[in-house]
Ligand binder design. Sequence first.
Ligand code: PMM
Length: 269
Amino acid sequence: MTIIWGILNTTPDSFSDGGRYVDLDAAVTHALRLREQGAAVIDVGGESTRPGAERVPVAVEQARVLPVIEALTDAGVPTSIDTLNADTAVAAVRAGARIVNDVSGGLADDRMLSAIADLDADVALGHWRGPSADMYARAQYSRVAREVASELHERVTAAAAAGIAPSRVIVDPGVGFAKSGPQNWELLRDLDEIAALGHRVLIGTSRKRFLGEVLGADADEQRRDLATAVTSALAARAGAWAVRVHDVAATRDALAVARAWEGDTHDRR
Ligand code: PMM
């Protein structure tokens, strides 16, 4: 069964829910709501990775995320830490996070993989070709899924060399990271090439630009959430272990429909 990661961005500049959850109480309340709606994990991020985003100082990132992770851990809610920084990953796991979610697959901080090796946490390695500020210049592929799989395989090998057991590794093909709209769709269509790596697969399409491109420039957040629920259900059908979304309730319903399609009509209300 595909699980849901609920997104909690504590950044003032994230493109989709920017600024709303900077306040600790508001962040925790929102996360508890996502949990109630069916999120198995709350993915806490303190630095935006959206295209064009500037880096923030590590101290600022940690001041945003650590109190939220501590509060959610106290409340018994599993969390992951969405970070490019090894120091933040270590501090977040000490605060209770169970998974390090590094969209760069360990490339942004060369201390990341060895730091994770010493932690009691799993790691999600994303496909990445460089910093947000200029990633679209790197969107050159002949067969996108094959190249993403091979570059992810390199990251998994680097993780193993750093001492991270393969069973701890989740892979994420990085929808929207150094990929054009059509390349994102091709990647999703060929998801079996990513699944063939033999690791749990995480997919994040939520509210991303390529959905807006299909729906029309005026598509608001609500319409992108509906589109996200559809892509998440299709990703589930293609074998995704987890989907990372803002609107947990809509995706929970879409996943229930996908399961029923597969013959699982078990009532989970
Ligand atoms: N996308 C974003 C941030 N973190 N993490 C993973 N593992 N996969 C993703 O696709 C991903 C991510 C960017 O989206 P956001 O700014 O809405 O969080």
